[in-house]
Write a protein that binds this ligand. Structure first.
Ligand SMILES: Cc1cc2nc3c(=O)[nH]c(=O)nc-3n(C[C@H](O)[C@H](O)[C@H](O)COP(=O)(O)O)c2cc1C
Length: 172
């Protein structure tokens, strides 16, 4: 599948089959994520792989009980590691680059998952402190995304996109 096709094939999946995803596939996802660009190549990311039912439940609670989180065999939590960027870039590193870098890593991860036949959904609506507590995170790690990973149980329609004419300006 070519890259454009893959990008358009990716969709948020919120229904998962009752089937495990082996660690070697999860490692493939993290490998794709770490190939993302980052400011100064600081790579300010850390990936938590959660299979523990108690921790999953706490993350589900932190995400305002979005129930599909409980139906995925694996939850990933992508964190920004602030100190990896702050030394070099100060506030801009902590408040902007870290977030951009981890977002790029997340997108790579979602695309690799699609290519492996796995379903994912980028979950950003969660209480940061509650997610922090679930994982015992220190102040240096900011949870940026929770990503359920599993085999899709459904194939939802592709969501619509704004036309290019509305979102692009050519200045010649
Ligand atoms: C930063 C961010 C936060 C999001 N948070 C949530 C979320 O908390 N719950 C959810 O179900 N989907 C969440 N989504 C998924 C979006 O709803 C979804 O990407 C969008 O509707 C487009 O659909 P698609 O992913 O199927 O293309 C989030 C996506 C992004 C990029």
């Amino acid at each position: 599948m070519d890259l454009s096709e893959l990008m358009w094939k990716r969709k948020s999946i919120r229904n998962f089959r009752n089937e495990d995803v082996p660690d070697d596939l999860i490692l493939e996802l993290i490998d794709a994520a770490r190939s993302a660009p980052s400011a100064g190549n600081c790579q300010p990311w850390h990936f938590y792989v959660i299979r523990n039912e108690n921790v999953k439940k706490q993350l589900y609670e932190s995400a305002y009980r979005q129930s599909f989180l409980l139906s995925a065999p694996v939850l990933l939590v992508v964190c920004a590691v602030l100190s990896r960027t702050s030394g070099r870039y100060g506030d801009r590193g902590v408040n902007l680059y870290c977030i951009q870098d981890t977002a790029a890593a997340v997108q790579n991860l979602l695309l690799r998952a699609t290519s492996l036949g796995l379903g994912t959904c980028w979950v950003g609506a969660f209480d940061e402190n509650a997610a922090r507590n679930a994982l015992n995170l220190d102040k240096d790690k900011r949870p940026v995304a929770i990503i359920p990973v599993g085999y899709p149980a459904t194939d939802p329609a592709k969501t619509s996109r704004r036309p290019v004419g509305e979102i692009a300006t050519f200045i010649r």
